[in-house]
Design a protein. Structure first.
Length: 201
């Protein structure tokens, strides 16, 4: 693929803001920097809310959700289920021009993270917010949808391999510490015979 096949767009060309009120019996979702969109009740430090379901925002499977105050730190992700989120989040509906999984990878590239910071408003970093209107102004170069899916498949495969390698590394480190413990303490050596018991026998 040549660079000429990429289209220069703005995020507002490929996303629509979903502002529908939440519905009953849907899980409450949160957006994390490390894990993307997750169920709130799976978080260690779960934050309780006094808001009613209809005071939340509705999220559909495939929507992109981001934290206005933490978008520039990578707090965004694709929802894999219908749910509801705090009104402090922004729910973006991807058009047919962008694959949601591709958008997830795109939004975590250094270039996009910088643009999210640059288009956010606030006196200090901990008060910066990326409103949807400013999100829409951010420029992006987008390949055709089929190319997006090929890129996404490759990146997902790399992520899976990286996860497996990390687990293997953790197991090897655990094994190393166990061996080190045995070698340094002598626990791997056979116990010495008691000389008094040996004499009696």
């Amino acid at each position: 693929m040549t660079s000429a096949e990429y289209r220069d767009l703005r995020l507002g060309d490929i996303f629509v803001n979903r502002k529908e009120s939440g519905k009953e019996r849907l899980p409450v979702l949160s957006v994390t920097i490390a894990g993307g969109v997750v169920r709130r009740d799976t978080l260690e430090n779960e934050i309780r809310t006094s808001l009613e379901h209809d005071q939340h925002l509705l999220v559909h499977n495939g929507d992109i959700v981001y934290n206005m105050m933490r978008m520039w730190q990578g707090a965004s992700g694709v929802s894999r289920e219908d749910g509801i989120v705090s009104p402090a989040y922004v729910v973006c509906v991807p058009t047919d021009d962008i694959d949601p999984a591709y958008a997830h990878h795109l939004f975590h590239t250094p270039r996009m993270i910088y643009l999210f910071w640059a288009y956010s408003h606030g006196i200090t970093d901990d008060r910066r917010r990326l409103y949807f209107d400013d999100f829409c102004r951010i420029p992006v170069s987008l390949p055709p949808i089929e190319e997006q899916r090929k890129i996404t498949a490759l990146l997902d495969a790399i992520d899976r391999e990286s996860e497996l390698l990390n687990k293997l590394s953790e197991r090897l480190q655990f094994k190393k510490h166990a061996i080190k413990q045995h070698l340094m303490t002598g626990n791997d050596r056979p116990p010495k015979k008691n000389p008094k018991k040996a004499a009696k026998s």
